[in-house]
Design a binder for this molecule. Structure first.
Ligand SMILES: [Zn+2]
Length: 435
């Protein structure tokens, strides 16, 4: 059992996850379901639990029921023997929350604090969409185990020479932490390669992809991250000369997607514009990191247009997911910009609603250093686009299953991993208490 100290409003109980002995005792439905995490299967058979007096979220509403846990999985039937009875005392039970877009957990400095912060906010599943691979290797022993978060890593971002995310990593690796120093040190930074083939890879041509691919695969990434920044104008768009303005050439990006899919790996694309989105859909990416205009640059929308219903339908048919990063987007506006901020939020709200209407699944992901996705979930709530049941479903079920497509998580139903959050209040009431 994993137990987490109460934090803020949430009293979190988590019953973690013990064994499903291979080939035995699985409920009939389990054979058709994805398998639980390796560490769940590896543990010895756990105690069986009876969880009574809870209001359980079924994806639509809360229902009063008694639920049992056996071999680390939920079941509705009472087992022959119950080891422990837990009285949930009327708590509102929901699946754990998930974070689909961040760049942390790639080192041991501050790692225990960040794990605690995630767990305290009820976040058990995290996807890191670009990180230092060597840092992730140091952090791995502390992750993907009971009493910690489960993490999927993209490792180094795949871009062209000096493209984004070079500036997110190289200056800091050189000890230049203050961005105001970067302009004067630009030439020195541009020559440095301390984090090359670790936090970023430079892939300028198809032969470069062929040469570096085995080394990229050697890091055993869980997912890949490519960078598309006004990609169709790669050769024609005027540049200031500052590093970080561009990403991959379209042909190179397409080759990466082809190779990744041949290995069964999913690919997320960083995008800037609706045209980058279209290009990504055409080359078959699985997810987008950001929605177009996430950075508040509505001018880009004037050039390449907003996403159309046809764009979204094409993405929806392919099962594409998107982390729209609404929360971090609003930080691009000064407080005095309230009219523009309102326009930006209205745009984001329309875009989010249109995604869902056309079958594109939005995922909660903060993309905010040091923060959990609580702020992103609340930003969606402020947009007023979804009712609370939908918001809760997107945050727990949709986001968690997108990060770990092979696992039985995100639902409180028989055969699924027995992880849960017990809230002392209905989620509808919880919102105001988060901060
Ligand atoms: Zn990001």
């Amino acid at each position: 059992m994993k137990s987490v100290t109460p934090a803020l409003l949430l009293f979190l109980i988590s019953l973690l996850l013990s064994a499903l002995p291979d080939g035995s005792q699985a409920q009939p439905a389990a054979a058709r379901l994805p398998r639980p995490a390796a560490y769940v299967r590896a543990n010895s058979p756990s105690r069986s639990w009876e969880l009574r007096n809870g209001h359980w979220f079924d994806g639509q509403r809360f229902k009063d029921r008694t639920v049992f846990v056996r071999n680390g999985l939920f079941q509705r039937r009472r087992p022959l023997h119950v080891d422990t009875v837990v009285d949930l005392r009327g708590q509102w039970v929901v699946p754990p929350f998930a974070e689909a877009h961040n760049h942390m957990l790639d080192g041991t400095a501050g790692l225990p604090e960040m794990i605690r912060k995630y767990l305290a906010d009820g976040v058990y599943y995290v996807q890191v969409l670009t990180n230092s691979r060597s840092g992730a290797e140091q952090a791995r022993p502390f992750l993907n185990r009971p009493q910690s978060v489960d993490v999927a890593y993209a490792h180094g971002g795949l871009t062209s020479t000096l493209g984004h995310p070079f500036m997110a990593y190289e200056p800091r690796a050189m000890g230049l932490y203050d961005p105001s120093q970067w302009a004067t040190q630009q030439n020195r930074i541009a020559r440095s390669r301390l984090r090359e083939n670790d936090a970023y890879w430079f892939l300028d041509s198809l032969p470069a992809v062929a040469a570096k691919w085995p080394h990229i695969m050697a890091g055993r990434p869980d997912v890949l991250k490519i960078y598309l920044l006004h990609a169709r104008e790669y050769d024609t768009r005027p540049r200031s000369g500052k590093p970080g303005e561009q990403g991959l050439r379209p042909a190179v990006a397409a080759e990466i997607v082809r190779r990744a899919h041949a290995k069964g790996l999913r690919v997320y694309a960083h995008i800037e514009t609706a045209d980058d989105f279209r290009l990504g859909v055409q080359m078959g990416v699985d997810g987008f990191a950001h929605a177009p205009t996430y950075g508040g640059n509505l001018a880009d929308t004037l050039v390449s247009g907003a996403l159309t219903a046809a764009d979204l339908r094409a993405a929806g048919r392919r099962g594409i997911v998107v982390t729209p990063t609404v929360w971090v987007g609003s930080t691009y506006f000064a407080p005095a910009d309230s009219a523009r901020l309102r326009a930006f939020r209205a745009f984001q709200g329309r875009q989010l609603r249109a995604m869902v209407r056309h079958g594109v699944r939005p995922l909660v992901g903060a993309d905010w250093w040091g923060e959990t996705p609580v702020g992103e979930a609340l930003a969606w709530e402020e947009l007023g686009v979804f009712d609370h049941a939908m918001l809760l479903r997107l945050w727990s079920e949709t986001t968690a299953q997108a990060i770990f497509p092979g696992r039985r998580i995100g639902r409180l139903v028989p055969g699924y991993e027995a992880s849960l959050l017990g809230c002392t209040d209905n989620y509808l009431c919880v919102r105001a208490k988060f901060r």
